[in-house]
Design a protein around this ligand. Structure first.
Ligand code: FES
Length: 78
């Protein structure tokens, strides 16, 4: 099996992100709600955004998503 991990913190694969996207998740925040990807170190959020931006899925209006943007704990700058 060829698994490509997007989120190593939670072991979430590209296939899982695409599956959640197909089920209606269209923002990294919604992906995080579905599988926690992006909620620990945050290092995968850009990758998730890139995956969501691909393909022919229609994008929902992001304006009505409401709430705050996805926040994640980031390591302190050295
Ligand atoms: S790699 Fe996804 S939260 Fe750390």
């Amino acid at each position: 099996m060829n698994r490509v991990f997007v989120c190593s913190c939670f072991g979430v694969t590209e296939e899982q992100v695409r599956s959640h996207a197909d089920a209606g998740a269209c923002t990294p925040r919604q992906i995080a709600s579905a599988c926690k990807a992006g909620t620990d170190c945050g290092g995968c959020v850009r990758r998730i955004q890139a995956l969501l931006g691909r393909g022919s899925r229609p994008r929902r209006q992001l304006v009505d998503q409401g709430g705050r943007p996805l926040t994640a704990k980031l390591p302190e700058a050295a």
